[in-house]
Design a protein around this ligand. Sequence first.
Ligand SMILES: CC(C)(COP(=O)(O)OP(=O)(O)OC[C@H]1O[C@@H](n2cnc3c(N)ncnc32)[C@H](O)[C@@H]1OP(=O)(O)O)[C@@H](O)C(=O)NCCC(=O)NCCS
Length: 232
Amino acid sequence: MGIRYWIYKKTGLKLRKNLGYSIQKTPSSSSINDVPPATIIVDNHLDNDHQSAYISPKSMVCPQVVIDNDCTVDDHSYIISGLVKNTKIGKYCSIATNVTIGADRHPTDWLSTHPFQYNDTDNFKPLKITTIGNDVWIGANVVIITGVSIGDGAIIGASSVVTRDIPPYAIVAGIPAKIIRYRFNENIINKLLKLKWWDSEYHFHHKNEIDFSNIEKAVEQIEMLKNKDKVV
Ligand SMILES: CC(C)(COP(=O)(O)OP(=O)(O)OC[C@H]1O[C@@H](n2cnc3c(N)ncnc32)[C@H](O)[C@@H]1OP(=O)(O)O)[C@@H](O)C(=O)NCCC(=O)NCCS
């Protein structure tokens, strides 16, 4: 089975050479469980500033994910299945099945909404970057509209459609997604945003010293470990 047909079967996307797409395999994604690499599509219509994909070797992007140009997936994040385009994904994100993040917009006021109308000079391509922070949990079947920014620590409920920016540590759900509540109180959220635990490795190296299920204690313990290192 050819790769184009495989993508068509998995995603419904029909890729034809004369639409200017080429397909590359990621060199080294999916290290967490040694899963085969995801598929990366590079769109040849894009200029060099918008032609990159960085998948951290410490992330896991399953083969059922189509990564379309200009994406970053940072350390320890994983994505099970779906389409991700023009999106920067932070560290420690858990992204479930059948998600669509940063997908193309189509013209609503042209002759047709279909891409057949595009050419090199008159191309409908609003390349807004979608941003997913660190420690974001995205539930199954979520759609995140292009250009939206999801704050660190946010949770997106199953089958939500996110049309607006989401603040850090908010839990949102529904169509359009609305805030249900916050994961923690304001004081803890501010401490977490300052701590940025995802940028250090204390939680790995001192796993047995941190009470992860007690947020006040966990923040305090990581702060202490950090300060101890500063003193040494
Ligand atoms: C968003 C989520 C985390 C919220 O969990 P929670 O904080 O325990 O929220 P609750 O179950 O108490 O629900 C609070 C309210 O939000 C609503 N709600 C919860 N999840 C919702 C969703 N996905 N879509 C729409 N409404 C939702 C509930 O109906 C409830 O409404 P009510 O107050 O009018 O009764 C959870 O519902 C969810 O969607 N988890 C994702 C599951 C998933 O996709 N897993 C994939 C494998 S990783």
